[in-house]
Design a protein around this ligand. Structure first.
Ligand code: ZN
Length: 473
């Protein structure tokens, strides 16, 4: 039971990333996660329990390669017409979750000749039996002890490199006497290892494979005595309750996955993430890609559509960078993000009253914002973020040191980052506000929408357009 497992400071990150990976994979974008931790911390228990919250997928009935009826890809179905596929039928199955052990053979992982079909006396034919990876298409492959696998079976590590190198990945199945088959595979690889046991950490054994993981999750022991007590007091008797709760998480993830394609990222956040690459001399572009994409999936997991705050990168930042930079550098980057986030919080707090402490109503709304539906204050903050992004893009704190400010008033986003110059920038970049007593009132051209849902652009009507509307009205 997924929801019955006790969450604590040591394993919370793993729960988060499993859910992000499921959410992303159900939108067709695999996320690869590697979790490192000592024996006995429960990594594999949690990973296997996540099967309970996997959403269903639809496939062509009986297809071992899990062909999507809309986009069939397997050798048997990819050339079929829509009508032919409809006549085969469509079925719903749980999102696949298959395991590869450290001692697996390449044939069982990739595919082999189908002995049952070649020895069929009625109709002998040479055909492929897809292995674990093609059968996990549109689902999860779990590799326990990936450091051992990389050490003892480099050819399997090569297969994983291909599968994880692009999204979707590629897989080649070769059997003597049969034509070579190349398949696209959309598989989310989850792996676990204990870096303190033989043969050491994956990063040291096969750095390239370690880098293919979008996120490296660090699993620790519970730091709180209450968590240990909760593990000991675990009550097996309420299995039905947990099944219902697992179902609820599963449904929630499906709803949130629908939000993922709609998540917008503030330009300032994009610039900030890009600036980390050069500022901290990152070796792998995958680091910044994972950070930005992780932030988007995190926003969808929160039931929201706008990534506009530095603090929203923090829950995914350590896991995106941990396996790609030295520990000292990681600490510097995280501190840099925290500082920017605190500065930003102060700016927002100065503009918006902090709710919750004074009124009971406010407190209720804030609590509501933690669930699937954002509360009114959350919306207000996002709205304000969008406005600030529009008019003061440099305020997100992107590092622009070393670029001298120019004299003109049209500094736009190119102001240097120091405090005094930021203030100067504000006065220069103030939006033009027209005199309300001298502004013609126009009927709204479209149906009214709540203020908080508007994009910043929608709030300002350029003068020319405004006049045109005035003459038409
Ligand atoms: Zn198929």
């Amino acid at each position: 039971m997924y929801t019955s497992l006790v969450r604590h400071s040591g394993n919370r990150e793993l729960f988060l990333f499993l859910e992000l990976a499921i959410l992303s994979q159900s939108r067709g974008h695999p996320l690869h996660i590697h979790v490192e931790g000592l024996r006995g911390t429960g990594k594999t228990t949690i990973i296997r329990a996540a099967r309970q919250i996997l959403p269903p997928i639809k496939r062509i009935r009986g297809c071992l390669y899990n062909c999507d009826p809309e986009r069939p890809h397997c050798p048997e179905h990819r050339h079929l017409s829509r009508e032919a596929i409809a006549s085969l039928g469509i079925e719903e199955i749980p999102m696949p979750f298959l395991e590869i052990s450290a001692s697996a053979k390449i044939g069982t992982v990739v595919g082999t000749i189908d002995l049952a079909r070649i020895t069929n006396p009625a109709r002998p034919e040479a055909a492929l039996l897809p292995g674990t990876i093609p059968q996990a298409h549109r689902g999860i492959v779990f590799v326990d002890e990936i450091n051992r696998l990389a050490d003892t079976s480099p050819e399997l590590a090569d297969v994983l490199l291909d599968v994880m190198g692009t999204k979707p990945g590629r897989l080649q199945i070769e059997e003597s006497g049969l034509p070579r088959v190349e398949l696209p595979v959309q598989v989310s690889v989850w792996a676990a290892s204990n870096p303190d046991e033989d043969p050491g950490s994956l990063e040291d054994i096969r750095r390239q494979l370690s880098d293919r993981f979008d996120f490296l999750v660090a699993m620790g022991r519970p730091a709180e005595p209450q968590a240990v007590a909760a593990v000991l007091a675990w009550d097996r008797g309420r299995e039905e309750d947990y099944t219902a709760r697992d179902r609820k998480v599963q449904e929630e993830l499906q709803q949130m996955a629908a939000l993922l394609p709609q998540v917008e990222v503030a330009e300032g956040i994009r610039e900030l993430v890009a600036s980390l690459y050069t500022k901290f001399n990152l070796e792998s572009l995958r680091a910044v890609e994972a950070l930005l994409y992780g932030g988007k999936v995190y926003i969808a997991r929160e039931g929201r559509r706008y990534l506009g705050e530095v603090k929203e990168l923090l829950p995914v930042a350590a896991a995106a960078l941990r396996h790609r930079v030295e520990p000292g550098r990681l600490a510097e980057i995280l501190q840099h993000l925290r500082t920017l986030s605190e500065e930003r919080e102060r700016q927002v707090a100065a503009t918006l009253p902090v709710p919750g402490e004074r009124t009971r109503e406010g407190a209720g709304l804030i609590r509501g914002s933690k669930g699937a539906r954002p509360g009114i204050w959350q919306q207000a903050r996002e709205f304000l973020s969008r406005l600030m992004e529009k008019f003061f893009p440099h305020r997100l704190g992107c590092n622009r040191k070393g670029r001298p400010g120019r004299g003109g008033g049209s500094g736009g986003g190119n102001r240097p980052g120091s405090q005094s110059e930021q203030e100067e920038g504000n006065s220069m970049n103030k939006p033009q506000i027209s005199d309300p007593s001298n502004t013609p009132i126009l009927a709204p051209p479209r149906r009214a929408r709540p203020l908080f849902e508007l994009a910043a652009e929608d709030l300002i009507i350029p003068a020319a357009e405004g006049e045109k509307n005035a003459t038409e009205g």
